[in-house]
Design a protein around this ligand. Structure first.
Ligand code: WT7
Length: 632
């Protein structure tokens, strides 16, 4: 179902709220089910139990592949653009993708992977990453993709949490002018992961890596032994499709679990509507498959819709800052979905990187991952969209599975920096800090969702209680997003950013607690406190206040070591931008760090720090302020 006018949006939205079950069951009819559901929805936000399309049986890959092989086998499913900007690129049709997925499903089976097993995927942006995900789904194994920028320790933690029995990886990964030794990182991680039986290695480079006898095997060797048909496993609508780890305000990253039926229905519906995808469009999303955007809007949503999706291995600035625009011109891209951080970074390079390329095929632009500031919005609109392509500013989260609040291009009147209106089936509400609903327009508060939608988080892997506590306990009876928002006079939503201890660095979510735990691993560190601060390119930067055993003799050296520890424990994406060695932290008498004060100092706004008299030692604030000023 594709909405075509604003009137239709309004009437569809109304129906979706008045009778959500009738609405979603109508949409779900568009798919191939082995057996139809008996009941559309059952839910309880207090005890957290949400089920959609109950009793329905299906395999999502039959909807991504088999269906299209029947109607348009030769349509291109994936165009792959490699890190190197050569003229050679790969096009995979729906029939070929079907065969590759079936073949790799056989490989998984031959290697002992069964329905319900967890399989880790740690790969570069190559089509085989999508093949691996879909092959898992075909045999009913639960994939857990880990972004190939996370460290061996992070990878090991995620593998252990999900008790994966197999991992799929590659020898190396190319990113710009760097070559990353992916397999080495995996080898290091696997020393701490007793559950792993098999490691299947895709050869992206020369293949000169260590292979452990009995555990490691080559992708290209394995597929020689596997045929290209695989009868898809019959799954229950509520069977988990995948786990994806994401950071919260406390502790280690948690494994967000998504189900099969609801996720399928929601990602296709939102893909078609938010991007207004048309038959022959080429669609490009620049995310990595290691994040939810890659799952929902590179792999599942577009393939469910039978779209042609471009997959890009490289980075925006290699070989130069014109790469995105060069790729758009080369592949005649019609729909381009990227992140504000990429836009802000490319803005600084100037227009000479854009003008050589013909961008006239573009119809729709999209933004995701963090609030898009007015300047970046305008630059994107004028320079890339040539003031003729609407921008869809899509707000959503790993936990929501799909886009929740977004304009529909050429349908919703856009307003820069506003994600605008909820999609059909999405019921947002704004609450104050006591959980009381704030009615009417022209208001501001915490963003919650009061009714289930099909692709919502079902649990956090192995810890249902934590899921309840994290999302459903702050405001009783509501799903709490962790974001603050404004609802303006037109009822448009603007997401103002996280209100919890989560930092959004270049569109990547990082928990302050995680970074603190990593920093505290340094032998000289006694305690640390990490906060976010506004950063011109990244949106937010990471600011770390660190107390040392004794003042480091060589502060520069010490800071380098701290960065190394964070890279080792989490990955380069979590490296602090600023480290300040302090003598103490602003703590209340009960020992709680007053982050509010640290955030202000990190922002460079020390004019009004609020009441500091309740601090155990108010004088510490002065010395931190002085230290911060000296760093700027
Ligand atoms: C957090 C979720 C959803 C895919 C990528 C990130 C922020 C996301 C927007 C937007 C303002 C946004 C929120 C959200 N966010 N999109 N359009 N405008 N903020 O997924 O890693 O789960 O992060 O990203 O703060 O809570 P994620």
């Amino acid at each position: 179902m594709k909405i075509k006018s604003f009137e239709e949006y309004l009437s569809t939205y109304r129906k979706s709220v008045e009778d959500p079950e009738a609405f979603w069951s109508g949409i779900a009819q568009e798919f191939h089910w082995r057996k139809l559901w008996k009941k559309t929805l059952s839910w309880d936000f207090n005890d957290l139990d949400v089920q959609w399309f109950i009793g329905g049986k299906l395999n999502i890959t039959e909807n991504c592949l088999d269906r299209h092989v029947l109607t348009h086998p030769d349509k291109v499913a994936i165009i792959w653009e490699s890190n190197e900007p050569t003229d050679i690129f790969v096009k995979i049709t729906y029939r070929e993708l079907y065969e590759k997925v079936c073949q790799f499903a056989n490989v998984l089976k031959n290697n002992g992977v069964k329905k319900g097993d967890r399989v880790c995927i740690y790969m570069p942006m190559v089509p085989e990453a999508a093949v691996a995900m879909l092959a898992c789904a075909r045999i009913g194994a639960i994939h857990s993709v880990v972004f190939a920028g996370f460290s061996a320790n992070s990878l090991a933690d995620r593998i252990n949490d999900a008790q994966c029995n197999a991992i799929i990886t590659s020898d190396i990964a190319y990113r710009g002018n760097k070559t990353l030794e992916i397999k080495q990182i995996v080898d290091e991680a696997l020393q701490k992961t007793p559950s792993i039986q098999r490691c299947i290695v895709y050869q992206r480079g020369e293949g000169k890596v260590n292979m452990v006898e009995g555990r490691d095997t080559w992708w290209h060797e394995e597929i020689k032994k596997a045929n290209k048909e695989f009868e898809a496993e019959e799954m229950d609508s509520e069977d988990p499709l995948f786990i994806l780890y994401t950071s919260g305000s406390t502790g280690k990253p948690k494994g967000v679990v998504h189900s099969t039926g609801g996720y399928m229905v929601y990602t296709k519906f939102t893909f078609e509507n938010v991007f207004q995808y048309e038959e022959n469009d080429v669609y490009w999303c620049t995310a990595d498959v290691g994040w939810i955007t890659g799952h929902s809007y590179i792999v599942y949503g577009p393939l469910l819709a039978g779209a042609t999706v471009l997959m890009f291995e490289g980075i925006p600035t290699y070989p130069d800052a014109g790469r995105f625009w060069r790729v758009i011109a080369k592949h005649r891209v019609n729909i381009f979905y990227t992140a504000p951080t990429a836009i802000r970074s490319l803005m600084t390079f100037g227009e000479e990187f854009i003008t050589p390329y013909n961008l006239s095929t573009l119809k729709v632009l999209g933004s995701v991952g963090e609030p898009i500031n007015e300047e970046a919005w305008q630059w994107f609109y004028k320079n890339i969209g040539k003031s003729r392509c609407p921008i869809v500013d899509t707000w959503w989260q790993t936990e929501t599975g799909g886009i929740m609040i977004s304009p529909l291009p050429r349908i919703t009147v856009q307003k820069p920096t506003f994600a605008t209106l909820p999609l059909p089936g999405v019921q947002p509400i704004v609450v104050d800090n006591n959980g009381k609903e704030i009615h009417g327009n022209g208001v501001e508060g915490n963003l919650c969702i009061k009714f289930p939608w099909p692709s919502m988080i079902r649990t956090t892997y192995g810890d249902h209680e934590r899921c309840k506590q994290n999302y459903f306990a702050t405001y009783k009876g509501l799903y709490f997003t962790g974001d603050g928002c404004k609802r303006d006079e037109d009822g448009y939503y603007r997401i103002t950013g996280r209100v919890d201890d989560v930092i959004n660095v270049s569109g990547h979510r990082i928990g302050t607690a995680e970074v603190e735990n990593a920093i505290n691993q340094h032998i000289a560190v006694v305690e640390s406190a990490v906060v976010g601060y506004p950063h011109d390119i990244k949106g937010q930067g990471i600011y770390a206040f660190v107390i040392c055993e004794s003042k480091p003799e060589n502060e520069e050296q010490f800071k380098k070591e701290v960065l190394n520890v964070v890279t080792r424990e989490i990955g380069a994406i979590a490296k602090p931008d600023i480290i300040q060695v302090v003598e103490g932290l602003p703590k209340t008498r009960s020992g709680k760090i007053m982050r509010r004060i640290l955030r202000k100092i990190a922002e460079g706004d020390t004019s009004n720090l609020g009441d500091i008299t309740t601090l155990l030692d108010p004088t510490i604030v002065e010395s931190i302020k002085e230290g911060a000023a000296a760093l700027r």
